[in-house]
Design a protein around this ligand. Sequence first.
Ligand code: LMR
Length: 393
Amino acid sequence: MFENRQPAPPDSILGLTEAFKADPNPAKVNLGVGVYKDPSGQTPVLASVKAAEARLLAGETSKSYLPITGDPAYGSLVQGMLFGEAALDNRVRTAHTPGGTGALRVGGDFIKAMHPDASIWVSSPTWANHKGIFSAAGLKIEDYRYYDPVTHAVDEEGFFEDLARVPAGDVVLLHLCCHNPTGADLSSEQWGRLAGLAAERGFVPFFDFAYQGFGDSVEADCAPLRAFVSAGMEFLVANSFSKNVGLYNERTGGLSIVARSAAEADAAFSHMKLSIRTNYSNPSSHGGGIVKTILSDADLKTQWMEELAGMRDRIKEMRSTLVQGLAARGVGQDFSFIEKQRGMFSFSSLGDEQVRCLREEKSIYIVKGGRINVAGILPGNADYLCDAIAGVL
Ligand code: LMR
C-alpha cells in the first residue's frame, strides 16, 4: 500500500509552524497560523478558563459518553451566543463538534447526505483548508469573487454578480466576521442585500464563524445573522471557541442548523447525528465543559469578555504599529488599509517572492498569498519585522 508513495506536500498553514519550530534563528518570527500571542509571545490559557477548569475538575463525577450531538446545555449556550434574543421559534439545533474544522466537516458530510448534487461556493480567496474539507466530503466546489486587491476591500460588484448565479439548493460559505485570509468584511447593508438575494435565489448560507469577538464584540459580530433569521430561511453556522476562548487544543466548536420549522429542524438534526456517529461518534467533553461553565456564570463570563477585549485591542494596536513602522522607514506604498482590516489577519499584499525572501533570509514565516497573523507581532519583534518588510518592498 505504501510502496512508491511520494510524500504529500506540507499543509500551507500548519506546515509553516513545523518549519518555524525547526528554524534555529533566534530572531525568527511566526506570522503563519492564526493563534493569539500575548506581548511576551506566549499563547496564554485565559484566567477565566483556568477558573472554569478548576471547577470542572472538582465537580466531575463520570467520564461516560456525551450524547452524539454533545450536552444539550452546551448547545443552548452556543445558540445564546450566536442568536442572542432573536426569535427563532424553536427552529435551531446545535451539535458540539471538534472545533470549527470539525463543524465544517460534519456540515460538509451532512450537506452531501441531504443534497448529493449540491455545490458549495467559497470566496476567492478563502481559508486554505476550506476546499480540502469540502472536497473530502465529496462536494463540488465553486468560487465566488470576494476581494479586490486594488481597493483592499470587498469586490461588491463581483460578489453580488457571482452570487446571483448560484442555483437554488446550492450552499454558499460565508465568513461571518474577520474574513480569513483578507480581513475584509461585508457592511451591514451588504449583509442585508445578501439575505434578500439568498431568499430570492433559494441558496443555503453556511456561515463560518471562527472569530466571534475579534471584530467589534461578541454581540456585534453576530449581528449579520439577524437578517437571515428574520427572513425565516434555512442556514448553517459553524462556530469555534479556539480563538475567542483560546481553546485551540481542546477542539471545541459547534454546528448549528436553522430550519424553517421545529419539525424540519428535528428531522435535519437526526441526519446530522448520522454524520457525526459515523465520523467520531460523539464529542470529547472537556472543552465544551469549559465553555459551558464560563457562559453560565455571570462573573466568569464578564471576566472572559474582558480577556477577549484585551486580545482584540492588542491586535488592533499591532496593526497601527506595523503601519506606522513601515511609514517611518520611508516606505512609499500606502499600507493604511491594514488598520481597516478586521480580526487576526492582515492580507498584507506581499507577493509570494517577497514571502519567500522573508522566510529564507529573515526567518519570518508568512502564509503564501501574503496573509499575516497580526497577533504574532510583538513589541519585541516589531522593529525587526518592519525593517525586514521595508527591505523586500
Ligand atoms: C488559521 O487559519 O491559521 C487557523 O484557522 C488555524 C488553522 O487550522 O489553519
